[in-house]
Design a protein around this ligand. Structure first.
Ligand code: EPU
Length: 305
């Protein structure tokens, strides 16, 4: 669908460049989903503020797409404007010893981890192998069994609807396992992370070990969105899903990974509706088998019936 005229006019007069009716499937890790009404790559804070002013003044729905590695986009696509942060909003600055890192919300964790290894920055090992952007990772307090974003986070900068910029210290975010409280409809444009000044060789070793663990236990070379469900307190979603007999379960071109039961694979040509059907079936079967109601970790975007 093209963008409604009133939104298009408001964005143009705010100087925001965008493309219309843009397919999203190829931009997502699951390779599914319909088009965005409009798509903009935003490379500067002032431009992001302009987007948020249009959102507030005209009711334009704005969705920020990070690396789409934990995201299920509806087959019907996303109404309004989908934004990706690039340029200055995907930059890395380091200051101090050991350095505090000022990251643009669009920085990809995989490239950050690569840079950290080259520069000898330590303390970010828990993020090894997490495929998202720092903005997305903050939003869900992403992590691994080594730790979570909140362990290194100092503060975040957000742009609120209307364009106002705010700095929020870690304590204001009430972060816990896979949760973070951010002001409604605000966009994380920057995050400050602390490094630790520990031994870089030990850090490199820990990262390598963890990546090897992931490659051994997870289907890392096929389209998935990582863990589909959060782990329930004191247990593991993967274990519960396997115990409910779900490894290898299929609907259409969607398969529960035979390698790790909390990963759902697009075998090629799956739809978002099929993926959601399989996720619902996984949840139902675990509930029937164990009485535990798993919580979906993957975020859904766009129009759902
Ligand atoms: N398990 C099974 N069957 C399975 C899968 C796992 O019995 O099919 C068991 C394993 O044997 C293990 C336990 O469940 O005893 C936990 O499994 P694993 O070590 O693979 O870790 P996880 O809890 O499933 C978490 C994160 C991952 C992260 C890994 C490794 C969550 C929901 N997931 O997975 O994060 O990569 O630890 O650090 O907390 C993600 O969030 O998207 C993600 C991939």
């Amino acid at each position: 669908m093209p963008l409604a005229d009133k939104y298009a006019a408001a964005l143009r007069s705010a100087g925001v460049a965008f493309a219309e009716d843009v397919p999203l499937a190829r931009k997502t890790w699951w390779r599914v989903g319909g088009p965005a009404d409009a798509w903009a790559e935003i490379g500067a804070l002032a431009e992001l503020q302009a987007v948020q002013r249009v959102a507030d003044d005209h009711g334009l729905p704005v969705f920020v797409m990070g690396n789409a590695s934990n995201l299920l986009v509806s087959d019907r696509g996303i109404r309004g404007l989908v934004v990706r942060l690039t340029g200055d909003l995907a930059g890395v600055d380091a200051a101090g010893d050991p350095p505090i890192l000022a990251l643009g919300g669009g920085v990809k964790l995989v490239s950050l981890l690569g840079r950290a290894q080259r520069e000898g920055w330590t303390g970010l090992e828990a993020l090894a192998g997490v495929p998202g952007t720092i903005g997305g990772a903050v939003r869900m307090n992403a992590g691994t069994r080594l730790g979570e974003v909140k362990d290194a986070l100092v503060s975040v900068g957000v742009v609120r609807p209307g364009g106002e910029v705010d700095e929020l210290p870690l304590a204001a975010l009430e972060m816990s396992y896979r949760t973070c409280r951010l002001p409604e409809r605000s966009i994380v444009w920057t995050a400050s992370l602390r490094t630790t000044g520990a031994d870089p060789a030990a850090s490199r070793e820990l990262v390598a070990e963890h990546l090897a663990y992931r490659a051994r236990t997870q289907p890392v070379d096929v389209p998935t969105c990582g863990s589909t469900f959060r782990n329930p307190p004191g247990d593991s979603a993967g274990r519960l899903l396997e115990a409910a007999g779900l490894k290898g379960f299929r609907i259409g071109a969607v398969e529960v990974s035979p390698k790790h039961a909390n990963f759902v694979v697009n075998l090629g040509g799956a739809t978002a509706d099929d993926l959601w059907r399989v996720i619902g079936e996984m949840r139902r079967r675990v509930r029937d088998a164990s009485g535990i109601d798993l919580e979906v970790e993957v975020h859904r975007a766009g129009e759902w019936p």
